[in-house]
Ligand binder design. Sequence first.
Ligand code: SF4
Ligand code: SF4
Length: 94
Amino acid sequence: MIKVEEKLFENRYRVDEGNSHVRIKDPEVCRECETPACTWACPAACYTVAEEGGVALSTDGCLECGTCRLVCNEHFNIDWAYPRGGYGVLYKFG
Ligand code: SF4
Ligand code: SF4
């Protein structure tokens, strides 16, 4: 059976360096967050628990699904937008 990681590897991304389309509004809020759903709900594992506390976000493999924005529904701590035209994920199979 094909793994999710293998399917994700089929995608390509055009990263808009310096213009992340997903942003954590206040990192301090993440440090206090007791339900960091972003770290387990993101299908591309863009959010990870940071060693120094809080979460680290890397949007390079973002699938633009919007899940993180929805699951951060206690703190509304994520600024979310689609990438600028020409940037973001390129799905090989549509
Ligand atoms: S769910 Fe929201 S507030 Fe909690 S760690 Fe994730 S981004 Fe931060
Ligand atoms: S939009 Fe989807 S893939 Fe992108 S960071 Fe949020 S949950 Fe992850």
